[in-house]
Design a protein around this ligand. Structure first.
Ligand code: FNR
Length: 402
């Protein structure tokens, strides 16, 4: 088991840590009786699973996002949940959480703030707040509605959904599920024709940027996942894969010898801006911008690729300094609270992406769960800004944190 993160008190083992929205908002029949919390039920696909994915659909009353992890682990079997766990000894995962503690917020007072304005812009797209959903693969393991529910919940919250190249549904289906803006994330295939085809499909499906993930080059998995025999439920496929084109569409077909040249390739083939995800070194950030990156995404993949690397937050400031405003900086890894979003922006991020908490929302409440994860973190961010004396996102400057 992964040790608990250091900055959240452990919930009581037998107590559900978040509650569903009260009874009048619930469907009267077919409740998905999860651990202690009634929710509407989505139909389960046949055959009936002994080890089912979540079929829950409800808004959640959330005390804090970290609590949802505990509940997600009570809803799914350890076998299904193992895909979410960090790799190795979980050192980088814990570091991602701990690093936020090293930057205390330095509030300013008496600023007469009447309203908090969270609006921001990202590559020409207006966002209601500076928080977006990370690309994450294989949501069919977690919920019967898979990526469609995550995309719908993100869209209902009004923000950007980044559709993973390793999703279980097709990028066209997912594009149709969200009412919000959307980007497509690619793991490059060894077959450049397949990359061309994916770029074309993404453009035609209405995605407005390609996210090129450069820090995952194979089957890096948690020990728990390996122990469970690298379990993939038999009904799950890689949504974007066409067997007629050969290969399996997963990491076994991945192009591992990627270079900065591939940024140019993706830009030319898609005609879309390319966001490079998984950078941490300032020199790499520089080279990516030189090769045409429209934005850089500072991330260590949430401690899910190589263990033993520093927290993403620890590397953010130096990377953002090198960017020097040339392109937007996106940040992820370890964001669990509104104050975490605040700190990442103070250290140089323009927009912050949330990973696991969105999946915990999906498992606990489907699209409604995802939407309420956003409502909760946005509320926390607003409170943090008010109490720290920062009225809008641009006011969250470097001197806002120690
Ligand atoms: C991921 N992540 C990821 N990244 C990516 O570019 N493409 C992908 O398909 C996936 N798949 C994926 C699956 C799961 C289960 C997780 C938890 C993560 C990484 C993700 O985009 C992001 O970098 C981290 O999740 C951020 O860390 P936190 O917020 O989860 O701590």
């Amino acid at each position: 088991m992964t040790p608990r993160p250091t900055h959240a008190p452990p919930p009581q083992a037998s107590t559900p840590t978040s509650r569903p929205i009260p009874a009048q908002r619930r469907a009267s029949a077919a409740l998905a009786d999860g651990p202690d919390r009634p929710c509407k039920a989505k139909p389960q696909p046949a055959p009936p699973w002994v080890d089912p994915a979540s079929n829950r659909e409800c808004d959640l009353e959330i005390v804090n996002l970290q609590d949802l992890e505990q509940d997600a682990k009570r809803i799914l079997s350890p076998r299904r949940y193992s895909f979410i766990e960090p790799v190795g000894d979980g050192v980088s995962y814990r570091e991602n959480l701990r690093a936020f503690e090293a930057h205390p917020i330095l509030p300013r007072r008496l600023r007469g703030i009447k309203a908090i304005d969270l609006r921001t812009q990202l590559l020409g797209q207006a966002l209601p707040f500076p928080i977006i959903t990370c690309p994450m693969g294989s949501h069919g393991r977690f919920h019967v509605e898979a990526e469609n529910a995550t995309a719908r919940g993100t869209g209902a919250a009004g923000t950007l959904y980044v559709s993973s190249g390793a999703a279980n549904q097709t990028m066209e289906d997912i594009a149709g599920a969200t009412s919000g803006p959307k980007w497509f994330q690619i793991y490059m295939n060894r077959d450049m024709e397949i990359n061309r085809w994916l770029c074309k499909r993404a453009r035609e499906a209405g995605y407005t940027a390609i996210v090129f993930t450069v820090d995952a080059l194979g089957a890096s998995q948690s020990d728990a996942y390996v122990r469970h025999g690298r379990y993939t439920p038999p009904d799950l496929t890689i949504g974007n894969h066409d067997p007629k084109r050969g290969g399996r569409g997963d990491f076994r077909d991945q192009k591992r010898d990627i270079t900065f040249e591939d940024i140019r390739f993706l830009r030319e083939e898609s005609g879309l801006p390319v966001v490079v995800k998984g950078l941490t070194h300032p020199d790499d950030v520089d080279k990516a911008i030189g090769a045409g990156a429209a934005a850089v995404w500072i991330s260590n993949h949430g401690g899910r690729q190589i263990d033993g690397v520093p927290a993403s937050l620890t590397l953010l400031e130096a990377a953002a300094k090198r960017v020097a405003g040339r392109v937007p900086v996106i940040f992820d890894s370890g964001v669990r609270r509104g104050i975490d979003v605040f700190k990442a922006i103070a250290l140089g991020a323009d927009v912050v992406a949330v990973g696991r908490p969105v999946l915990w929302g999906l498992i606990n409440g489907g699209a409604g769960g995802v939407k309420t994860v956003y409502e909760h973190i946005v509320r926390e961010l607003k409170e943090a800004m008010l109490l720290a004396g920062r009225a809008n996102v641009k006011d969250i400057t470097r001197d806002s944190v120690g």
